[in-house]
Design a protein around this ligand. Structure first.
Ligand code: ZN
Length: 450
């Protein structure tokens, strides 16, 4: 068996790994490359393999950088099954439609090409095969099982057995004790692990403090009297933040009273999926659900679905808070709010997720004094804060623990889905701790399963 890396190699996006057994060709994920642009030029290049020869694809989770090129794979002739959990496949459909919408919008403005059609999305949907956590299924001679990764709703890591060897792919590994989700399961003993390394060189603040940190930043923002902007990934970060705000507003009664807007159509569309698969909930979320508490709804929250409603936020006097995508500020409604409020010294930007190199979010995180949005130069005068504990990804400590969680470390670990520095540092730490072989593969590199 061998693995070739066709994305997320020395970078964080574009996850796509080809597994070749003696008899099967299987893809783990097929995501979009995302940097400064929503839809990077690289997405339009031909696949380095023939999509018609792929037997099946197994999807770790719905995020665009893990699923976004699947309709293109279908466009180019892939007709095999697409496996993932119910939650993943349902959210992937929303993600594809949302991406299509953004691409056609950009196409009208800048003539950027659109990666696939609505027909390709419909075709991809017809190839979906939902599977349950922990229930093994076969792809030819290979046996595959999905386990909970605790990263986003429905997210999984993948274990595959074939040719007398066993491999695993972490997908994206969740942070500890996150709201709503269960903690990630332990890894089985494997010969080779493909492992993400987004935060491979960082340690988050104490996750038990995340609610306190969020409350403190929100209170400070309210005190400054301006607008609090929170760019958040529409899937998961947004729902977790709503869950915590709901708790602060209704149970703890600690949240100051001021208007909060959920200004993300994708996040709004995803809410029904979150209320459908309650078996994914952790203990606390289950208890709330059983009590009848709708944890995506509280008094001061307004959902702004339409463009008109979104524009209406401008007329609401501050202090106010806006939660909007995209999470890395490379598109979406947050751009319009940033244009308006970044230059306001009373306003606050709270960054809650990973910011890839080249994105506006990253430049602001690194302290840019001036940025360009829609061809306008905007001076940055607002206060900028970041909360690592709200990240959807495990930090270095979590990853090191998880890699050894079966009791026997994998024989070989390939680090993907991380900037070069993060991937290399996690590789060194893994080698030091477990004495195993580590690889930080380049794009197109093949690694044998030994
Ligand atoms: Zn992810």
């Amino acid at each position: 068996m061998k693995v070739t890396f066709f994305g997320a190699a020395h970078e964080v996006t574009g996850s796509c790994h080809l597994i070749e057994t003696k008899t099967e060709k299987i893809l783990f994920d097929c995501g979009m490359f995302q940097g400064g642009q929503f839809n990077e030029q690289k997405n339009h290049e031909d696949f380095q393999f023939d999509p018609r020869t792929i037997d099946a694809i197994v999807v770790s989770h719905a995020h665009l950088d893990h699923t976004g090129r699947i309709p293109k794979l279908v466009r180019d002739g892939f007709r095999g099954p697409i496996y993932g959990t119910n939650g993943t496949l349902e959210l992937a459909e929303l993600i594809w439609k949302d991406a299509y919408h953004i691409m056609t919008y950009n196409n009208k403005k800048t003539e950027d090409p659109v990666l696939y059609t609505e027909e390709d999305i419909a075709q991809a949907m017809s190839q979906q095969h939902p599977v349950s956590y922990r229930e093994p299924f076969s792809i030819g001679n290979a046996t595959v099982v999905l386990k909970d990764a605790g990263h986003i709703f429905g997210s999984s890591f993948i274990e595959l057995t074939a040719d007398g060897k066993k491999i695993a792919f972490s997908g994206d590994m969740g942070n500890e004790n996150v709201p709503i989700l269960q903690d990630s399961e332990s890894l089985d003993s494997v010969d080779l692990l493909i492992c993400e390394s987004t935060y491979g060189d960082r340690v988050h603040e104490d996750e038990n403090m995340r609610k306190e940190i969020l409350l403190k930043l929100v209170k400070e923002g309210v005190q400054r009297g301006g607008t609090i902007m929170m760019p958040a990934f529409s899937l998961e970060r947004t729902q977790e933040i709503l869950y915590m705000l709901d708790e602060m507003a209704e149970e703890d009664k600690t949240l100051p009273h001021f208007p909060i807007f959920l200004d993300s159509p994708l996040a709004i569309d995803a809410l029904p999926t979150y209320t459908k698969y309650t078996e994914y909930y952790d203990k606390d979320a289950t208890a709330k659900y059983k009590k009848g508490d709708d944890f995506f709804e509280f008094n001061q929250l307004t959902i702004t679905r339409s463009v008109e409603e979104s524009k209406g936020i401008n007329d609401v006097p501050p202090p106010k808070m806006i939660i909007a995508g995209s999470g890395m500020m490379n598109g979406g409604r947050i751009m319009h709010h940033a244009l308006r409020y970044l230059s306001d010294p009373k306003s606050t930007l709270i960054i809650v997720g990973y910011q890839a190199e080249g994105t506006l979010g990253r430049r602001l995180y690194e302290g840019a004094e001036q940025v360009r949005i829609f061809n306008e130069h905007i001076p940055v005068h607002c206060t900028i804060k970041a909360i690592g504990a709200l990240s959807a990804h495990g930090d270095q400590n979590k990853m090191l623990e998880w890699i050894g969680s079966s009791g026997t470390a994998p024989k070989k670990v390939c680090f993907v889905h991380g900037d070069e520095h993060a991937a290399t540092e996690l590789a060194h730490k893994t080698r030091d701790r477990y004495g195993v072989k580590t690889v930080v593969p380049a794009f197109g590199e093949t690694v044998e399963v030994e």
